[in-house]
Design a protein around this ligand. Sequence first.
Ligand SMILES: [Zn+2]
Length: 442
Amino acid sequence: MLYFLLGLLSIIALQSILFMQYYGRGYRINKKHMFFSVIFSLYMIYVIEFLHDKIIHMNTDLIMIMLLFIPVGMLMPMIYRRYRNFLLVMVYTVLMDILIFILQNLAVGRINLLVLLFSFVGVLFGFFAGTVLNRTFPEFRKSIILKKRKKKILFALYEIELVTICFAALFMMISMAENISGKNLNKKLKDTISYSHNGDDKRWNIYDSIYYADEDKYGRYESYAGKHPDMSVEEVVWRVDANLDKEFYDEEYTKYADADTDKPLLINKFNRVSEDFEPYRLIKIEGDYEATPETVSAYKRLIEDLEAEGMKIYVVSAYRSVAYQKRLHNYYLKSDEKEVVETYSARPGYSEHHTGRALDVSQVYNNLDAFEGSDEADWVYKNAYKYGFIVRYKASQTDVTGYIFEPWHIVYVGEEISRTMHDENIETLEEYVVKYIDHVKP
Ligand SMILES: [Zn+2]
């Protein structure tokens, strides 16, 4: 937004200067041309703003890039007199593509060359559409193009676009400076602040006493706390550590949990496994269902005790490959809205079932919905931790997990973790990982 406002101000200033300079010297101002020129400049600045906010998170959304470039191609033949100004459009497009590549490279460490193709398709389509419009409404075009005798104005108006380009360049430099020296600059600023707050103001000090607070996230804690005034400082900190101040699936905060282990623990909407991930070992658990050996033996102990109390549960789902999850997820997408599907079905790669440690169980074979409220569900909820299992998607944690209450979904995490969570009243694996795995409790 800041960039947009700065750009807007610079355009207004420039237009005023131009107006004062030429008005009264016998030059007539072509108001329509000026209007379109300003619109064009504003649009370019909007594109820059958009790139800054979004592109680094959606580096594969090529359709959006194509759409953004259509007006660029369209406005040019409408504003300028000669079609050879097509060249100018091309220069714009290349500059914008370079900006996209720089942002992509800084954000995700690689560039997507298809951006080039899609932006040019967009710009060519726009140029074609603009040309057709000109042919269809020649009077309109005549009224806005600049005549040769107003050469001075023509030149001056190019300056506006020049400002846009300079602005883009300036933005690129700011962005690069932020990213290249990024952490150092931020840290320096933060040190200065916390130093100056050593006196009465305890602004940052509240985080210093929390062992799982990360110094480089103090700003994020502050802004999350601002949005959740009733939340305890501890909860703010572990939630931000778990990236809950970000959108689910935000690429910038997504990690491959199987990067250096074949037994990834935390799988959620920020921690995924790679496409070809397979658990280190799978054995049969019930029917054709498979799970890791630890899961199977813990589950056997669990159902033994459950059955001793006269109850019975069945496995309804266990290990799923990423490919299988893809088919399942797409199947759900056929009947439900995307937003709804996301609350009960994980995207492929993001399902805990990939680990071979997650089980869906029910006392009615193949019917998960029947489980909620049953005696069996109660028993599992109360006792699963004794066998190393946790109920993963609790009703109280839907905003942490991003999933609806799933009483049937249990996951084997080992007795050490499940018992600690039980004893310390830790409701979700996200909180446990922040407090016991990512940080060492003093
Ligand atoms: Zn499940």
